[in-house]
Structure formats: structure tokens, C-alpha cells
Design a protein around this ligand. Structure first.
Ligand code: F0G
Length: 458
């Protein structure tokens, strides 16, 4: 059969908040047109993020019930450690409360002011943690990734020539490690090929620079490799994941994505000195190394979830969902980034709203329209998130692209929910002339997208 079905049935339901347009109009005004400031109880379909928003399986809940909450050396810790060692092969494994805690401790223990860290694309918390200790985070995207319509299958790859240049310019001694983010969230959830990871590693080995994988969506990336990279179609996702990790020296992970858990993360590595430094700081701020800020039941949820994320039928369904929506949107001429990524669809808000300039924040206009018409919450990844405000109060430097991300929580919404999302997007697209320009009326000094207040311009 050609229809790919959800490989689960539903044992427990959660009521969806249903609101009407009049309510939503008032709620948007109250939230100062920033959907981060809406209460989730007023959102019907929440596509703000795929992080920590997934549904857990009966096997995860069952494991949580038998979790061991001992402070030191719990059975749940052993389950967590052995699962991650089985997947990654790393010697040292440290739980953290989420991905950014692993990033913070890695940056604090390995980086000095003036150091440089290359990556295909740093996620914003990774960049912020690197910059917080005075180092510089460099993004090395390929030219294909910058072209929103390029059909390249591995648009998440790290630019090899760019890496060679950074090493030449900075000197290897100033690069304590290089990172690769799989999949490349900031560049549209695009995958990285095994070939690219291998070639990055070859370059780094010549200069004695370790490679750290930001592994948040490692299982989704493994699926892309299995499906699209020659030579990998016969390998299981676990085998592909092992091969990816074997090419690296360590990994940071947010288990809120491919750990299929609502909280959790880890750092893993082989180097004993790195592990000693990490452990010392972990105890200071996160917790004893066998729980790292997590409850025993969280360790269990992650241990079971990581293996479920590597199940081929789960990944088939996950990717089929994204492709299903992408196909329907393309058939309705809704401009999206192609090919669609692993965890999200990115809409080109500049092409969607040709009547708006970057300074009108078309992404904010589109996000507001999606909530107003359908109670759907999406997120702007454009000039509000990435634009650079002028220090003298003059014109801002806009972001390279005005995107809106629809991120898909794992195992949460059904096909009819997505049919509804397509219908709302199609409606908003046909009435796109009604999308209004916005201006910022209040903003904090950094990460302004979370708390800024907007008003309709003019
Ligand atoms: N790295 C990547 C690639 C991420 O996408 C995220 C989180 C993190 C690190 C940080 O992990 O949230 O557990 O501290 N991304 C979420 C998102 C928040 O919506 O894309 P965390």
C-alpha cells in the first residue's frame, strides 16, 4: 500500500482549544501582536516549535513509572547511559536538563575569548553560549543552502572551502572545536550527508581540531541519509547514526527533539580531560553526573525515546507528514523553502507578501494572519529574529530571508489537523493583500523576538 499511516493509535486525548475569530482578534491585540505572548490555551494548532512538544509513547510512560529516583548511580541513569553509548559509542556521557545546558558547559570549559567555532549553522542558543564566553561563532553554509529554491538534497552541509579558509585565517590553535548541526535547523531543517561529515572530519584531523555534533535531530538526519545518500539504503537508522557519531569526537543533544521527551539533553565525548572539566562544572550547576538536573523518570523517557526515534516506521511517518503538507502547499502556489526539511516547513514570507518590504516585517504579518484566521501559531525567522537594529536609531539591516517556520511536534497532530493547516494557509495566501505591515513599538536589547511589542503600521 502507498498510504503511509501514523504508526500508532491514540490511547489518551487532549482537548484542543477552539476559539472564534473575534476572540483571536482581541487576543492578538492583547499580546501586542507577538504570538510568543499568547497563552497556549488560546492556540488551536501550535506549530511554534518541535522542541519538548511531542507525545510520549506507552512504553515511555511505562518506563517512567518504574524509574529509579536515587541521587547517585540509579538504574535509570544506567539505562540512559547504556542507550546513548549504544547509539553514539562515546565513552563519557553526561545528562543535562536540555541542549543549551550542554552547550553552555562545553563553551565554558573549552573556549577562551577570541576563539572561533565553525558550524554549518549555529542554533541561536549555541551561538549565544559561544559568544557569552567571548568566542566567535561562524556559520559556514553552502551556496545551495542560501538559495531557497535549490533542489539539492543535502542543503544542510557544511561548506568545506569555507572551513579551510577559516582554519587558514584563524590558525588551528584558535579553533578548540568545530561543530556540525544535524539536521541544520537554522537553515530550514535541511540534512547533512555522511560524505560531508566525513570530509569535514578529514580536514579537521589534519589540523588536530575535534568535531562536535549538535545531534538534536540526528535520527531525522539518519533517515535522510538512508533515503537519499547512495550506499546507505540498506543500513538501519541505528547503523547510520553510529557511523555519524564515529566520525566525531563528541556531541551535544537536546532530547526534546529526537529524544521524543518533553525535557532533557546530554553531552558525550571520548576525551578524558574534556570529561573531567565538564563533570566538575556539571556538578556545580546542573547536578550529580548520574542525573545532571533530570529526574530518573526523565532519564527513562529519553532512553526509550531515543530508540523509538530510530524506528524506520516512525521516521517514514514523520517525513511523510512534512512531505504531505509541502506537496499540498506547492499545489496551491504557497511559496515554501524547497525541499522541505525534517521537522518543519519554512514559508518564504517575502514572496508570500510581495506588497511588503523587509522593514514592514512580512513574517510578523503572516504569523498574525495565521493565528487570526485559524488559531495556528507559527514563528517568524526573519528581520525581527535576525535583523540588526541600528545603534544610532537609523534603518535596521534586514535578515537575508523573511521566513516563517511551521514546526511539527512529534506524534501530536493527525492528518486532518494538517489538512486544516493547509486550508488556513491557502485562505491566507488568497487574501494575502490584507496582510498588514507592522512596526516594533517596544523591544529588549537582545533576543527581541520573544518579548517585542508590535503595532500595525500606518
Ligand atoms: N541546537 C539546535 C539545532 C536546536 O534546534 C535547539 C533548540 C538547541 C540546540 C537547544 O536545545 O532547547 O533543548 O536547549 N531548538 C528549539 C527550536 C528551541 O524551536 O528550534 P534546547
Amino acid at each position: 500500500m502507498r498510504t503511509i499511516i501514523e504508526p500508532f493509535r491514540i490511547k489518551m486525548t487532549e482537548a484542543l482549544p477552539i476559539t472564534d475569530r473575534g476572540d483571536r482578534e482581541a487576543l492578538l491585540a492583547e499580546a501586542k501582536y507577538n504570538v510568543f505572548l499568547l497563552d497556549a490555551q488560546h492556540v488551536t494548532i501550535d506549530l511554534l516549535t518541535d522542541s519538548g512538544t511531542g507525545a510520549m509513547s506507552d512504553r515511555q510512560w511505562a518506563a517512567m513509572m518504574v524509574a529509579d529516583e536515587s541521587y547517585a548511580g540509579s538504574a535509570s541513569w544506567r539505562h540512559f547511559e547504556q542507550t546513548i553509548r549504544n547509539i553514539t559509542g562515546f565513552k563519557h556521557i553526561f545528562p543535562t536538563h536540555q541542549g543549551r545546558a550542554a552547550e553552555r558547559l562545553l563553551a565554558a570549559t573549552r573556549l577562551k575569548p577570541g576563539n572561533v567555532v565553525p558550524n554549518n549553522s549555529h542554533f541561536d542558543t549555541t551561538r549565544a553560549n559561544i559568544e557569552f564566553v567571548g568566542a566567535t561563532a561562524v556559520d559556514l553554509l553552502t551556496p545551495e543552502a542560501r538559495d531557497l529554491q535549490s533542489q539539492d538534497r543535502f542543503k544542510g552541509n557544511l561548506d568545506l572551502a569555507g572551513l579551510e579558509k577559516v582554519i587558514r585565517d584563524e590558525g588551528p590553535a584558535n579553533i578548540p572545536f568545530c561543530m556540525i548541526t544535524v539536521t541544520n535547523n537554522a537553515a530550514g531543517g535541511q540534512p547533512v550527508s555522511m560524505e560531508n561529515i566525513r570530509r569535514v572530519k578529514e580536514i579537521l584531523v589534519r589540523h588536530d581540531i575535534p568535531l562536535i555534533i549538535d545531534a538534536c535531530r540526528f535520527a531525522e538526519n539518519a533517515f535522510f541519509i538512508n533515503r537519499y545518500e547512495p550506499g546507505h539504503s540498506k543500513s538501519s537508522l541505528l547503523e547510520i547514526a553510529r557511523e555519524m557519531f564515529a566520525l566525531s569526537d563528541g556531541a551535544t543533544m537536546s532530547a526534546k527533539k529526537d529524544g521524543l521527551a518533553n525535557i532533557g539533553g546530554f553531552f558525550a565525548c571520548n576525551n578524558d580531560d574534556w570529561a573531567d572539566d565538564f563533570r566538575n562544572l556539571l556538578i556545580l550547576t546542573e547536578g550529580f553526573p548520574t542525573y545532571g538536573g533530570l529526574a530518573g523518570r526523565d532519564l527513562e523517557a529519553v532512553a526509550v525515546g531515543l530508540m523509538e526515534a530510530l524506528e524506520i516506521n516512525y521516521q517514514r511517518y514523520r517525513h511523510a507528514t512534512v512531505e504531505y503538507i509541502a506537496e499540498k502547499l506547492l499545489a496551491r502556489d504557497v511559496p515554501i523553502v524547497r525541499p522541505p526539511g525534517g521537522h518543519a516547513i519554512f514559508i518564504d514570507a517575502a514572496a508570500f507578501c510581495p506588497h511588503l518590504a523587509a522593514s514592514d516585517y512580512p513574517g510578523i504579518g503572516l504569523v498574525n494572519a495565521l493565528y487570526l484566521e485559524g488559531g495556528i501559531r507559527a514563528v517568524e525567522l526573519g528581520s525581527v529574529m535576525f535583523g540588526k537594529p541600528a545603534s544610532d536609531g537609523g534603518a535596521e539591516t534586514p535578515a537575508p530571508h523573511e521566513l516563517v517556520r511551521l514546526a511539527f511536534p512529534r506524534r501530536v497532530y493527525t492528518q486532518s489537523h494538517f489538512d486544516y493547516v493547509v486550508e488556513v494557509l491557502d485562505f491566507v495566501h488568497r487574501h494575502r493583500d490584507a496582510i498588514k505591515p507592522f512596526r516594533i513599538i517596544r523591544q529588549p536589547p537582545f533576543l527581541r523576538h520573544f518579548t517585542a511589542h508590535f503595532a500595525l503600521a500606518g
